[in-house]
Design a protein around this ligand. Structure first.
Ligand SMILES: Cc1cc2nc3c(=O)[nH]c(=O)nc-3n(C[C@H](O)[C@H](O)[C@H](O)COP(=O)(O)OP(=O)(O)OC[C@H]3O[C@@H](n4cnc5c(N)ncnc54)[C@H](O)[C@@H]3O)c2cc1C
Length: 336
């Protein structure tokens, strides 16, 4: 069980800047995100798109903003627990207990929900039996490509991820690429490369097919794909990889007794606390009159929520307002 002053759910721009503000006022935090990296929408949806409305930064990309936010919190050494969703939140005395999908438990008097539009989840195969093989023979993202060496890997999808992985894995595996359309969405250079690899018999390509059946005992052994015209083909396969894009799901947050209005949580504008004491909500997920779903609003909300957390984390202390440059204590925390 990890004990801390604050648990931040969501490592998007808002959660990351809130962590900075917690560090500045001397509180510890742990950050959890369902994605395999920090950055939220900026990194997942538009890493290369320019952003023009971050104060004093005339232009930066989503990726640059994320890198700079991570650099800004580096002095505090806060841990970011990636690739896991916060599933359960319950009250334990004056603390909140959180459990993630990786079964890690946290105990803290404060939770800051910076969950944006929800956790990004992969779109999955519609064939029901696939669930049985998930994280064993069927994957929606790749952590360690070496497991596919010398195996038969069937990749489904028509975007950049499917094409890039088909090209990469064809170096050491037998690759079968299946797409439900005739046209690919990925970069034309990748489409050309896949076609060239097909000519060289390094990739088997099937378009206008979808997965119709999987079978195997503990591990996957074979699959069946079905053409739009109804005909089917069966193959031996060791792994299935599905790259169908991401969907955003609020998921378990909806069950934590919070004051929801559609997909947002109502908060006060003094410190962005919700209807539950010690649970704050900031960024795209919070709602108050005049709320703007912009990164700069999330930064302001994070700064005030951090101060709101102080009273529960240090009930016997009073927080004094100080500037980062003139406070010796803050400069020390920042390593300056
Ligand atoms: C195409 C596009 C362009 C945009 N351009 C701009 C722009 O130019 N300027 C601007 O200011 N804004 C822009 N925005 C909006 C901006 O990206 C959002 O306002 C901002 O990302 C909100 O940040 P956030 O930290 O609140 O949430 P997010 O960025 O959505 O991050 C939330 C994180 O929480 C995680 N999460 C959610 N639930 C859980 C859970 N239960 N467990 C674990 N993790 C969880 C998610 O995986 C996600 O990583 C744009 C948005 C889009 C889609």
């Amino acid at each position: 069980m990890i004990k801390t002053d604050v648990v931040i759910i969501g490592a998007g721009p808002t959660g990351l800047f809130c962590a900075h503000q917690l560090g500045v006022i001397g509180l510890k935090c742990e950050i959890i995100d369902n994605l395999d990296k920090a950055g939220g929408q900026c990194i997942e949806l538009y890493p290369d798109k320019p952003i023009y409305d971050i104060p004093a930064i005339p232009e930066c990309t989503g990726e640059e903003l994320t890198k700079n936010l991570l650099k800004q919190i580096k002095p505090f050494n806060f841990k970011i627990h990636v690739s896991q969703r916060v599933e359960k939140v319950s009250k334990e005395g004056i603390n909140w207990k959180l459990t993630t999908s990786s079964k890690i438990e946290f105990l803290s008097p404060n939770i800051v929900i910076a969950g944006g539009v929800g956790s990004f989840e992969p779109r999955k195969f519609s064939v029901k039996e696939c669930e049985k093989f998930e994280n064993n023979s069927i994957f929606y993202s790749i952590k360690d490509k070496s497991i596919f060496n010398g195996k038969i890997v069937s990749i489904f999808g028509g975007g950049d991820s499917a094409l890039d992985w088909a090209i990469e894995l064809s170096k050491n595996s037998k690759v079968i690429l299946v797409h439900r359309r005739d046209e690919f969405r990925g970069a034309s250079s990748s489409v050309d490369k896949v076609k060239q690899l097909k000519k060289e018999n390094k990739i088997e390509l099937f378009t206008m097919y979808q997965l119709s059946k999987v079978s195997g005992d503990n591990n996957l052994e074979s699959m069946e794909i079905k053409h739009d015209d109804g005909t089917t083909k069966s193959f031996k396969t060791d792994y299935l990889l599905g790259f169908f894009g991401l969907i955003m799901q609020l998921g378990p947050i909806l069950d934590w007794g919070l004051n929801f209005d559609k997909k947002t949580i109502k908060v006060n504008t003094e410190n962005f606390e919700t209807n539950q004491k010690g649970i704050f909500a900031i960024g795209d997920i919070c709602l108050y009159p005049g709320k703007l779903k912009l990164i700069l609003s999330g930064f302001h909300e994070g700064a005030l929520a951090a101060r709101g957390c102080f009273k529960y984390a240090r009930p016997d202390e009073k927080l004094r307002f100080e500037f980062t440059t003139t406070s010796k204590a803050i400069r020390e925390r920042l390593g300056k």
